[in-house]
Design a protein around this ligand. Structure first.
Ligand code: DGL
Length: 329
């Protein structure tokens, strides 16, 4: 059944559990005005050690539920579910933007001349054809070392982000690659960015770490733009969390995982509001286009660079101070 896609409807984000929050935070960073529904299938997690058919069936079931709630697009924020089901989903819903995540092998393989790249992912992602095709594409550019990591997602799913057990698990798993034995590592499961610091500690400080969250978020924005489906609101959107487990602990964990990042963003947004008012007052005192404001203009560029995004005030719908700095005829 085809339904009308509405600009003001939410974007759905799906994962086998809480890992997709690492993609959701990137989505919020580049589309803060959009609404999101995040669905984690923690009841059936892990997906990465299941049969492909089972993962496909579960993914399609979850996607259907999200489309029934009116989602205008779907981000499959799970590498495992993407390799098992994204092609089928696109056949079933050709008119809905559906973006899947895959291991960020391209930037890792191209980060230097013929690097040694470790790819950490679930057993299913590593064994699937999709990954083999990807590996084939970059095998001349890099030495690629795929590493299945069964059990790593369970630490994140339990909310164990910095415990001794996790550290011990990583020490054992990464024993042959520790202390700068590889040049780069790809986090090919959306749960793993939550253990990035610990992975970096074991692999060594010089190892460059990549994940596919940002690329996936940008691709979804591009697809929505193409179909004229961006909401175009001037205020921050909302996130609704849902989980196949009915107790609230998973929802609480999702909020905790998102909040760490969100608190930083909110802080910058709030500073930006105060900042904007301050600049307007200075602007009025000094008269328009005064170049005494130039240092403040530079600080604004610095904040913008920090967020690696278009100017924050533009996103919040403020009239642009920077525009005022331009000489007017
Ligand atoms: N977060 C999922 C991924 O990106 C998989 C975790 C699992 O269910 O095994 O692959």
């Amino acid at each position: 059944m085809e339904y009308q896609l509405q600009r003001e409807n939410p974007i759905a984000v799906f994962d086998s559990g809480v890992g997709g929050i690492s993609v959701l935070r990137e989505l919020i960073r580049i589309m803060p005005e959009e609404d999101f529904i995040y669905f984690g299938d923690s009841k059936n997690a892990p997906y990465g050690t299941k049969e492909k058919e089972k993962v496909r069936e579960l993914t399609i079931g979850c996607a259907r539920k999200l489309f029934d709630q009116g989602a205008k697009g779907l981000v499959v924020a799970c590498n495992t579910a993407t390799s098992a089901a994204v092609r089928k989903l696109r056949e079933m819903y050709p008119y809905i933007p559906i973006v899947g995540i895959e291991p960020a092998l391209k930037p890792a393989a191209l980060c230097m001349e013929h690097p040694k790249v470790l790819v950490m992912a679930t057993p299913m992602t590593i064994h699937e054809e999709k990954f083999h095709v990807l590996m084939e594409r970059y095998k001349e550019k890099a030495q690629i070392l795929p590493l299945p990591c069964p059990g790593l997602m369970d630490f994140i799913e339990r909310g164990d982000l910095d415990g001794e057990d996790l550290h011990k698990y990583l020490e054992d798993l990464l024993y042959s690659y520790r202390e700068n034995q590889v040049d780069a590592a790809v986090l090919g499961c959306t749960h793993y960015p939550f253990a990035r610091k610990q992975i970096q500690q074991v692999l060594g400080e010089n190892v460059k770490i990549f994940d596919g969250g940002e690329g996936t978020a940008r691709e979804m924005k591009r697809r929505l733009q193409e179909k004229d489906l961006l909401c175009g609101r001037q205020k921050r959107g909302q996130v609704v969390f849902e989980n196949s487990l009915t107790d609230d602990s998973k929802i609480e964990l999702c909020k905790k995982l998102l909040n760490f990042w969100n608190m930083i963003l909110e802080f910058v947004f709030e500073v930006d509001i105060i900042w904007t008012h301050f600049l307007h007052i200075l602007d009025n005192v000094n008269g328009n286009h005064s170049f005494t404001l130039f240092p403040f203009y530079l600080i604004n560029i610095f904040i913008t660079k920090l967020l690696e995004e278009k100017p924050i005030r533009e996103r919040r719908g403020f009239s642009s101070f920077c525009d005022k700095m331009l000489p007017v005829k």
